[in-house]
Design a protein around this ligand. Structure first.
Ligand SMILES: Cc1ncc(COP(=O)(O)O)c(C=O)c1O
Length: 442
């Protein structure tokens, strides 16, 4: 592990010379125990409770998502171990977003109708459809969050309106509309769609279920962010040895859009591991670097580029202030990658090769691995992040082929075909049965 105590990392910045990929160390990252013991316990219990609520939703797979081990790729990268938490298997919706929107919708409904004493786990089973018909929820999306909200709204029986910006593909639009959502298109980028969703909600008395926060709007994004803690909770269970001794990784590479995913995952890891949390690297597209810029300016900031990445889920122009509050103190490094790096990582995961299982990862899904590959191939970055032959690295594949035709174009093979190779390669193996080592820095 790169750092063990509460020392402040000296500010280092690479990439301004144009020769090295941009990366910045976060001076405010803290290695103290989680600051609020009461909140820590409450939040861990809350995650367990929410997991139970979701456990009967028909649009979620009920086992933990796989935690693949890729020994061959790890050896190529010069690290000890590489594990991939595969959220493409979370749900037929094919992304981790299936965890956030449904939880936020349940909590919103409980807040709106406290007198009705709804049973939370029965909301997504449609038991209160008649009561919820008059409720309209709305969000902006670049695809995955809107699809998850549309599906959760349909299961619950409420109306759903989804605002899409100009660059969201028709393929993604159709996947959302398939869950009965009404689509509104706006010109401009993701941030324009966020503003339009807020305007429509205020005008019509609808309720925004957004994964990004803004002034005066934090409850719902907070619910969504904490919902992603389920991923961390599962990982910890999957890597604990039979005696319950938790293993931990030395590094985690996490892709960020508005920042809710990395914040939710890191916040939970910090609660669980305290000062021994893994070194974290936040990865974004170069053209949509709002979290990188936030680290640079020490406030939730705007991206410096055109926000037109093939990593559609990460193409966000503005960091979520709520997510930034968490990342500010729990994320160690921020880096950006090129679209071509994401394509390379998608192909690498799809290929599998030898001992490594083939994995279907969309461009946003493969971005964490793209960051790791770039870092491992660049000596200054490798040294900056403390990566070496003893490193145990975790990445999260946050989506499968959520835009199948784009996936096929970028990888040169359909997601279905990769999955078929995965199944034949996997027959006879459980995905997460690779031996875990004891605490990497105990
Ligand atoms: C597949 C995928 N990965 C990662 C992210 C990033 O999540 P966040 O915007 O919460 O940082 C998104 C966001 O839409 C996504 O769709």
């Amino acid at each position: 592990m790169a750092k063990q105590s509460s020392i402040k990392t000296p500010a280092m910045e690479y990439g301004r010379d144009g020769e090295t990929p941009p990366a910045i160390s976060n001076r405010r990252a803290s290695r103290i125990p989680y600051p609020d013991e009461q909140k820590k316990i409450k939040d861990i219990e809350r995650t367990e409770e929410e997991r139970k609520w979701l456990s009967s939703w028909r649009l979620l797979n009920h086992s933990a998502t796989p935690l693949w081990s890729l020994p061959k790729l790890a050896a190529t990268l010069g690290i000890a171990q590489l594990r991939v938490k595969d959220e493409s298997k979370r749900s037929p919706l094919a992304s981790f977003k299936a965890l956030g929107a449904p939880i936020a919708l349940i909590r919103l409904i409980l807040r709106l109708y406290p007198e009705r004493s709804f049973e939370p786990a029965a909301i997504l089973a449609g038991r209160y459809q008649d009561d919820l018909r008059a409720l309209t929820v709305i969000t902006a999306t670049d695809g995955n969050h809107g699809r998850a909200l549309a599906a959760a709204a349909q299961s619950s029986g409420c109306r759903c309106v989804i605002v899409l910006h100009a660059r969201v593909s028709t393929e993604r639009e159709q996947a959302i509309a398939a869950f009965g959502a009404e689509i509104v298109r706006v010109a401009g980028n993701y941030d324009a769609s966020v503003k339009e969703a807020a305007r429509l909600a205020a005008t019509n008395g609808w309720h925004v279920v957004s994964d990004t926060s803004y002034s005066g709007y934090e409850d719902v994004p907070g619910d969504i962010m904490r919902g992603y803690g389920i991923i961390s909770q599962e990982i910890i269970e999957q890597i604990s040895d039979p005696a319950g001794q938790p293993f931990t990784f030395t590094h985690i590479f996490l892709q960020g859009g508005v920042g809710a995913l990395p914040a939710g995952v890191l916040d939970y890891l910090w609660k669980f591991y305290g000062p021994r949390r893994p070194t974290s690297v936040i990865v974004e597209p170069r053209q949509a670097d709002c979290l990188y810029q936030s680290a640079h300016l020490d406030r939730a900031a705007h991206a410096s580029g055109a926000i037109d990445s093939i990593m559609a889920g990460l193409a966000c122009g503005e960091a979520s202030p709520l997510a930034w509050q968490v990342l500010r103190v729990s994320a160690d490094y921020f880096m950006t990658v090129e679209d071509s790096d994401a394509t390379t990582a998608m192909r690498q995961l799809a290929a599998g090769n030898g001992q490594d299982v083939p994995i279907v990862a969309g461009a946003s899904g493969a971005a964490g691995l793209a960051g790791l590959q770039v870092a491992c191939g660049n000596q200054p970055l490798r040294a900056m992040f403390g990566l070496n032959e003893h490193s145990h690295v975790l990445v999260i594949n946050t989506e499968g082929d959520t835009a199948p035709s784009i996936y096929q174009t970028l990888v040169g093979e359909s997601g279905q075909s990769v999955l078929a190779r995965q199944s034949s390669r996997q027959s006879g193996h459980r995905p997460s049965d690779q031996a875990c080592l004891p605490m990497a820095h105990g």
